[in-house]
Write a protein that binds this ligand. Structure first.
Ligand SMILES: *Cc1c(COP(=O)(O)O)cnc(C)c1O
Length: 491
């Protein structure tokens, strides 16, 4: 069963939680208990089968046959190679490559299964309605959601991204999506403003009623949806199984994980895996220059009203980290009264937690951040040392991991969650590898080819020929205009 972090809804089934996306009156769905799962019981299984074992206890009303079909996406060639999430040995740590799906970022790991989870959820609830998926994206979720939902019967998807706030490749990936049911809108504002506008729409009763007349209900493909979170737990089990198999971790010993963090979904999945019994010791939370989380872990003050920076890791340019509410729910020992106080709208995203909660947060997570120079430096240094190419997001995690190592000398085997292919951010990666001047001379599409030539790495299939594909024209609107756009399109 699922309940709200704010105590305003409980006893919801997985289908209800997935269909609703978020608690309509505010709050996020969380599992009432964490199922226990022994990693030993998964030894020797394929990714697909591990996924079935990890996800099944969270989806009790899904039959094993149905679930087996859903997770087949990890074995049917949608992800390149035989292993959808290989653990690569780099130096004496591991890099968990989560970007072998169709859009070359880790969002595919969950968004390739979310549409089916949603469809089955609607069936379970016997809801005969179409679904309007609203997505706010800082760059990668948008394309991964469009790919997952395009041409799916009974669904429309609208993606909102910050105008000028995503990379050229990310934007082009979105605008070249095919499908009659896909819509893309550029919002004049940053990601936080997109996300806030979308969250407001979920609470608009008049718009909901107008859509209901057209047999449409809202749902969300953002990581506030449990259907995103549950599939992400899988790859932490998979990382551990590979680490044991490769002899990096002795069976039963702990591993650490380092996660480049924005909306805190990826990191939360690692924490959920730990609660299920996976031997994870330290969880390292890495932020870019938008270091609201690093400050929180140092001080107990969440201060989202601050300068917003555009960085070379745009998918982490987030100040209002949605899934953090789920984390605080656990760290406060599920004190819904505290969560309500902290997330009261009158605080406008700024609050201070009590010392007991803060202490538990600090014991559970090591947090740090990397600025732009450090990130570039890490890309360049890691390439020289290991011939391994980090994308800027993963390089942020690598930098914070190195700082953690320097601070603690903890020799526990550490897995860096690698969230994007370096080719998604070719210009910035090239800038790091060969210096500012040369890199600024070419456009993004030439940069892709040049990065491939320089490193010998292959350009992911989904990024090839993007510049030649026909692109949709994008509608531009202000955050307050989003409601009007939706009314015009769908009512
Ligand atoms: C979305 C994203 C992140 C941040 O993940 P969260 O789950 O939002 O914390 C990091 N890196 C890349 C490449 C992403 O696309």
């Amino acid at each position: 069963m699922y309940e709200s972090t704010r105590g305003n809804l409980s006893g919801q089934s997985a289908s209800q939680a997935i269909t609703l996306g978020m608690v309509p009156s505010g709050g996020l769905f969380v599992p009432s208990t964490f199922p226990a799962l022994n990693w030993q019981d998964l030894q020797g299984l394929t990714y697909r089968d591990v996924a079935q074992h990890v996800m099944s206890p969270y989806l009790p009303e899904f039959s094993q046959d149905v679930l087996s079909d859903i997770v087949n996406v990890y074995a049917d060639g949608t992800f390149d190679g035989l292993n959808p999430a290989p653990l690569i040995s780099v130096g004496n740590f591991g890099v968990l490559e989560l970007w072998h799906g169709p859009t070359a970022a880790f969002k595919d790991m969950a968004l390739q299964v979310l549409p089916e989870l949603l469809k089955v959820s609607l069936d379970c609830l016997a809801l005969d309605t179409d679904v309007l998926i609203l997505v706010a994206t800082s760059g990668d979720t948008g394309k991964a959601a469009l790919e997952g939902f395009k041409n799916r019967e009974g669904t429309h998807i609208v993606v909102f991204y910050p105008e000028g706030g995503v990379s050229a490749v990310q934007e082009r990936q979105m605008t070249t999506t095919e499908g009659m049911n896909t819509h893309i809108i550029a919002v004049k504002g940053n990601f936080d403003q997109c996300q806030a506008a979308v969250k407001r729409i979920f609470a608009m009763d008049t718009l909901k009623a107008q859509l209901q007349e057209k047999h449409l209900i809202f749902s969300s493909a953002n990581s506030i949806n449990l259907g995103r979170l549950i599939p992400q737990i899988v790859y932490y089990y998979w990382a551990y199984l590979q680490a044991v198999e490769q002899g990096k971790v002795s069976p039963g010993s702990n591993m650490n994980v380092a996660v480049p963090t924005g909306n805190f979904g990826n990191l939360l999945a690692a924490y959920y895996a730990k609660r299920m019994g996976l031997p994870i010791d330290q969880i390292i939370c890495a932020s870019n220059k938008n270091n609201v989380l690093a400050d929180f872990f140092a001080t107990g003050v969440y201060q989202s009203r601050r300068a917003f920076f555009k960085t070379s890791s745009p998918s982490m340019d987030i100040l209002v980290s949605s899934n953090f509410e789920r984390f605080l729910y656990e760290m406060s020992e599920r004190d819904v009264q505290k969560i309500r106080t902290w997330y009261d709208s009158s605080n406008q995203g700024t609050f201070t937690v009590d010392p007991v909660t803060l202490k538990l947060c600090q014991e559970t997570v090591f947090a740090g951040w990397a600025n732009e120079e450090e990130t570039q430096e890490t890309i360049s240094r890691s390439y020289k040392a290991y011939q391994y190419v980090f994308d800027p997001h993963t390089a942020v995690a690598m930098t914070v991991y190195e700082n953690y190592l320097a601070a603690t000398n903890d020799q526990t085997f550490t897995v860096i969650a690698s969230t994007a292919s370096p080719f998604k951010f070719s210009s910035d990666v090239l800038k790091a590898l060969e210096g500012e001047e040369q890199a600024s001379l070419r456009d993004e599409w030439v940069a892709l080819e040049d990065l491939s030539k320089l490193t010998g790495w292959k350009i992911p299939l989904g990024l090839q020929g993007l510049d030649e594909k026909p692109a949709k024209t994008v509608e531009v609107c202000v955050p307050e205009g989003i409601t009007g756009v939706l009314q015009r399109m769908f009512t």
